[in-house]
Design a protein around this ligand. Structure first.
Ligand code: NIG
Ligand code: FE
Length: 421
C-alpha cells in the first residue's frame, strides 16, 4: 500500500542529505559521499516534515502525493541556513564604504562617531512598521538564493525600547514571510553615544533590565557581544554573556574581527554556540574551540568589504573546528544577501573544500544556531526546507559563483518560491 504524502520531489541527480550514512549510488565520489548524497534522489514530505528520503524508484513506489516535483538534472539541498546577520536596520552606509575605499578604516570611522552609531540613529528614528517594511525585501532576496533559516540580530537600538522594537520586527517577519528568522540580542554591539562617559551604567542596563526583559518575553534565542577594540572587552563580554546564560539564552560572540581578545577561549569555557569572524585567532583559541565543539562562523563578506585578510578556514577545519559561513548581512561591513557566494568564497579564498563549504551553509550553520535537529539536513523528521538548484552537481553550485542557481524553494513543507512564477 502506498503512503500518502503532501509533496514528493524526485529524480535529483544529487540529493544532499548531509547525513553521510544515507549516501547512495555515489561510492565512486568521496566528496558526494561525505555530504550524504543520493544519486537519482527523492524525498517525501508530510505536513512540514521530511517523511522519507531515498532513491527515486523506492520513494515513488511507496508514496503518492498531490504535488510531485521532477528535479531531474538538478541538485537538491537542505534549505540554506544563514547563521549571522544584522538584517534589521534603517539607513544606508554607502558613503562610509566610499570613505573606506579611499583609505579610511572601519574602526576609525566608528571611533569618530560614525559607523554603527549612524545606523543606530537611523534605526531609532524608524517605527516598527518601517523596520518590518525595510527588512522584508532583504529576506525575500535571501530566500531567492535558497535561504530558509536566518539568524537576525538586534544591536542598532541600544536602549530597551529600540532593541525590543528590532526584535519585535524579527518576530513579525517570522509570522509573515517564509524564512524562519532566529533572533539574537546584540545590545552589546557598541556603547551608545549617550552612555559614552557612563560605560558601566550601560553594562548595568544590559545585565539588570534588557537581558532579563528580552529573555522573559522570549524575544531572542541567544545573546551576542561585539568583543573587539572600540566595542567591548573580555571582562565585559564575560559579564554580559554570563547574565544572558543565567537568563536562559544561548551565547555567542563577534571575535577577532580586528584583534584577538580571547573570544574563542571564552566560548569554549561557556559552551557557546559559535565564535564569529575569526580573522585573528591564536592556536590556543583554535584548539579550545575544537575541543569544546564551538562552531567558527566565518564571514567572508565582511572581510571583503573592510579589505581585511580573510579568516583561515583551512586552519580551523584541519584543527577539527566545525566551520559555518554566513553573509553577516549588515549596512556597514557586508550588505550582501548572497549566501551561496559566501560558500564559493569559503572555498576559493579561505581554503575550504567543496564539501566543507557546502556543509558550512547547511548542517554546520544549523549547529551554529543550535538547530541541527531541526534544519540543515534532509533526514526524516527534520523540517521540510529544501532548495532545488539548476545544476547537476553540487560543485557547480560553488564553482559557478555569483549566479543564483535556485529554481525552487520549499520551506516548512510549502513551495514558497518557484522560478518563473
Ligand atoms: O559583524 N563588527 C561588528 N558588527 C558587524 C558590523 C555592524 C556594522 O558595521 O553596522 C559585523 O561586521
Ligand atoms: Fe556581525
Amino acid at each position: 500500500m502506498t503512503k500518502q504524502a503532501d509533496i514528493i520531489v524526485h529524480g535529483a541527480s544529487q540529493l544532499l542529505t548531509l547525513e553521510p550514512t544515507l549516501a547512495h549510488g555515489v561510492d565512486d565520489d568521496e566528496e558526494a559521499c561525505a555530504l550524504g548524497a543520493i544519486r537519482d534522489g527523492a524525498l517525501a514530505i508530510v505536513g512540514d516534515r521530511v517523511a522519507d528520503v531515498g532513491g527515486s524508484e523506492r520513494i515513488l513506489a511507496e508514496h503518492e502525493a498531490p504535488l510531485v516535483i521532477n528535479a531531474s538534472g538538478r541538485t537538491v539541498t537542505p534549505g540554506l541556513v544563514d547563521p549571522h546577520t544584522h538584517a534589521v536596520f534603517a539607513g544606508s552606509r554607502h558613503m562610509e564604504f566610499a570613505l573606506r575605499m579611499r583609505g579610511a578604516s572601519y574602526l576609525d570611522i566608528l571611533a569618530a562617531g560614525g559607523g554603527i552609531h549612524s545606523t543606530v540613529e537611523a534605526t531609532r528614528r524608524a517605527s516598527l512598521a518601517e523596520l518590518v517594511a525595510l527588512t522584508r525585501p532583504r529576506l525575500a532576496r535571501a530566500l531567492a538564493f535558497g535561504v530558509t533559516t536566518m539568524e537576525v540580530k538586534s544591536g542598532y537600538g541600544l536602549d530597551l525600547d529600540n532593541e525590543v522594537k528590532m526584535l519585535l520586527a524579527v518576530r513579525e517577519l517570522g509570522a509573515s514571510q517564509p524564512i524562519r528568522p532566529v533572533p539574537t540580542l546584540l545590545s552589546a554591539h557598541v556603547v551608545p553615544k549617550e552612555y559614552e562617559d557612563r560605560r558601566t551604567q550601560y553594562l548595568d542596563l544590559l545585565v539588570t533590565r534588557l537581558i532579563p526583559e528580552v529573555a522573559s518575553r522570549k524575544l531572542a534565542a541567544a545573546c551576542d557581544v561585539f568583543l573587539d577594540r572600540g566595542a567591548f572587552d573580555l571582562d565585559e563580554t564575560r559579564a554580559i554573556l554570563g547574565a544572558a546564560r543565567a537568563a536562559g539564552l544561548a551565547v555567542k560572540v563577534h571575535a577577532g574581527q580586528f584583534t584577538d581578545m580571547g573570544g574563542p577561549e571564552l566560548m569554549a569555557d561557556m559552551k557557546g554556540l559559535s565564535a564569529d569572524h575569526m580573522e585573528h585567532v591564536s592556536d590556543e583559541g583554535v584548539r579550545r574551540m575544537a575541543e569544546a565543539g564551538v562552531v567558527a562562523t566565518l564571514l567572508p563578506g565582511a572581510a571583503f568589504c573592510v579589505r581585511s585578510a580573510f579568516p583561515n578556514g583551512r586552519r580551523l577545519a584541519d584543527a577539527g573546528v566545525p566551520v559555518a559561513l554566513a553573509t553577516d548581512h549588515n549596512p556597514g561591513t557586508s550588505p550582501t544577501s548572497n549566501l551561496p557566494l559566501m560558500a564559493s568564497m569559503g572555498a576559493a579564498l579561505m581554503g575550504l573544500t567543496c564539501t566543507e563549504a557546502m556543509r558550512a551553509v547547511t548542517r554546520n550553520a544549523a549547529c551554529a544556531l543550535g538547530l541541527e535537529g531541526e534544519v540543515g539536513s534532509l533526514v526524516p523528521g527534520r523540517r521540510a526546507d529544501l532548495v532545488v538548484f539548476d545544476v547537476p552537481d553540487f560543485r557547480l553550485f560553488l564553482y559557478h559563483f555569483g549566479v543564483n542557481h535556485a529554481v525552487l524553494v520549499v520551506a516548512g513543507g510549502r513551495v514558497v518560491l518557484e522560478e518563473g512564477s
